[in-house]
Each structure stands twice: as structure tokens, then as C-alpha cells.
Design a protein around this ligand. Sequence first.
Ligand code: NPG
Length: 371
Amino acid sequence: MRIDAIEVREIRFPLRERFEISSGYSEKRRILLVRLHADGETGWAECVAGEDPGYSYETTDTAWHILAEFLIPALLGAEVTEPADVERLLAHVRGHPMAKACLEMASWDLEGRKRGLSLAEALGGSGEPVPVGVSVGLQKSDDLLVEKVGEFLAAGYRKIKLKIKPGRDVEMVRAVRGAFPEAPLMVDANSAYTLADRERLAEMDDLDLLMIEQPLAHDDLHRHARLQETLQTPICLDESIRSAGDAELALELGSCRIINIKPGRVGGIGSSRRIHDLCRARGVPVWCGGMLESGVGRAFNIALATLPGFTIPGDISASRRYWERDIVDPEFEVFDGMMTPPAGPGIGVTPDQRRIDRLTVRVERWPRMRA
Ligand code: NPG
């Protein structure tokens, strides 16, 4: 198929509640939605880059720039027979996996729709409901956090991730563990610690945590390996893993025992599957992370999480956890901690065009119209 038109738009999408992590907070997402057109069919995807460069160097604005100036010109008019062709066409651009991922992912939606296959089927996943978890941002007090965790456990979520940072860690997590002795808990530091904090981090070993996610710097596999040697609790890497190559190196070095795969962070679905396959061959569990995606991005995450190596519940929560009203129909729901991947072709949910238009603040289409 020939990619004959591409659209990028930015929507401003307010979260139902502020989401705070160690490096900052998010209240209103600035999400890029892309649409690829080929042979009369459309494929949708979303870019997970954030408003600021606290999680990654990529932001909504750098992604727009890289898409408009470099990636879209390389893809527009190209003949594409499978999503791997899209990866190849974009490979000359160094880095920027979030900007690249949205084009690659849109090509999976396009292909699924053309072939009449759901994303889960196209990926070789099961299509069965999968257990999911929820990520809880930093709260004003431990009491508030305990209350929130209680609500999510009551809603059936199968894993609870607590955000931590220096000054809001061991005592806070101990309060939650005290209130819920059996709960499947993990913590995520988003790189807020250094190796000098190793004794503090080792105090977490008594709290029966599934894992400690990304304690150290995003670009420091070596010190993660040194930290892992001193901890009983498995380290999970997120920000450090942007490709299958990174994953391989991290496992060789012993930097982690679990990997968080976010398709939007690692360059797309093909790269996610390569990381999954590598980890599965080595018996390393993976799970699907989240980037506060709209329903468009969520559809990819839930389909990916049906692959057999995803043995730990992902950060894939119901639409209602994030938005007053999602931009897809139907919205994503969680029953008894399980989410069902959509069965329809491609992402299997319908973007609500009227609602998307109302949230849009800028849109550009290629080929560009001449003045
Ligand atoms: O449920 O989508 C979700 C949010 C999961 O905690 C979550 N994401 O570091 O993994 C993370 C964190 C994050 C969110 C990071 C937004 C950056 C931006």
C-alpha cells in the first residue's frame, strides 16, 4: 500500500485528577494524534511524548518538529507492505523513538483494518482478557494514599504501583503495606535516586514489593547492575530501555530482572515485540507500562499485553481513571481487575471525531497544500 496522506493534530485533554511523579506533574495532557491514509483506509495512533522533558528528552513539541520535518517526508508516498517497512523508512533519524513510534503504530492499525484482524490477532496475542493494574501518583499525605489504594483494590486492580521520591518513600510504602498486607504492590522512582541511596532503597526489601522501578538515572545501566546486586527486590527498568538492544545489554549486565515495555517509548509495536521475545527466551518477565494515553494509545497497550511473556499486570487502567470522557468508543473498562482487548479490526475502537475536533488546538496535513 502507498501512504498517500498523513495528518498530525494536537489535542489538549484534561486529566480528571493531577498525576504527580518524582520529576513533576501532569494536569492537562498535550497529546499528538496521527492518522495515516493508504488505499482508502485510515490508521490511528498517539504519540506518548510529554509536555516537558522530565521523563524523556522528547516532548510534544520536539515530536511535532521531528514528525513534520523528517519522519513524515520520509514516509509520505512510500510503498509499505508491512509495519516493519515503516521502521526501516524512519531508521535514518537518530533517537526520537516516541515520534517514530506513533507512525509505526498507526501502520499496525491500518494493516489490521485492511486485513480484518484485531491488533491482538495481528500481533499473535491471545485476544483473551488480561489482568491489569493501576499507577497511583504522589499524594499530599500517606492517609490519602492509603485511601486511594483501598479504592483501587476494591475495584479489583491486580497490581498497585506507588510513585516514590526521596522523602516520600520507605515510611509511606510501609503505611500502605500495613493497611494492605496481601496487596500486590510495587514502587516507581522515575530515576529519583543515586547509588548513595542504596541503604535507603534496601529498606524496601522488607516490604514484600513485586519490584522497584527505575530507581537510578535513565542512562546508567552500570549502576543499576551494582544496585541490583545489593537488593533482594527485583529492579525493573523503564526509562533506560528504548530498544531491544538496550534490553539485551541491561540483561547481560544484570541491571534489572524485569522490564517495563511501553510501545510508545521503544519505537513502536515491532520493537516491543522484539523486547518481549528476547525477555521470554531468557525467562525475564515483562509488563506493559502506560503514559497517561487516551483510548487510542490504550488500545495498543492492551493488545500488546495479550502476548504470553506479559506475565505481570500492566499500567493499563480504565478510561474513567484518567478522563471524564475518553476520545474512543467504546471506552475502556475494567471488570474485576481484567480488561478485554477490543475484537474489531485494528485498534478495534472508534475515535470520536467530533470530540477530537473540539479538543484540537492545531492540525497539519500532508501532502501540504500549496498556497
Ligand atoms: O496509567 O498510564 C498510566 C500511567 C502509568 O505511572 C505511569 N506512568 O513513569 O511509568 C511512568 C508514568 C509516567 C506517566 C511517566 C506519565 C511519564 C508520564
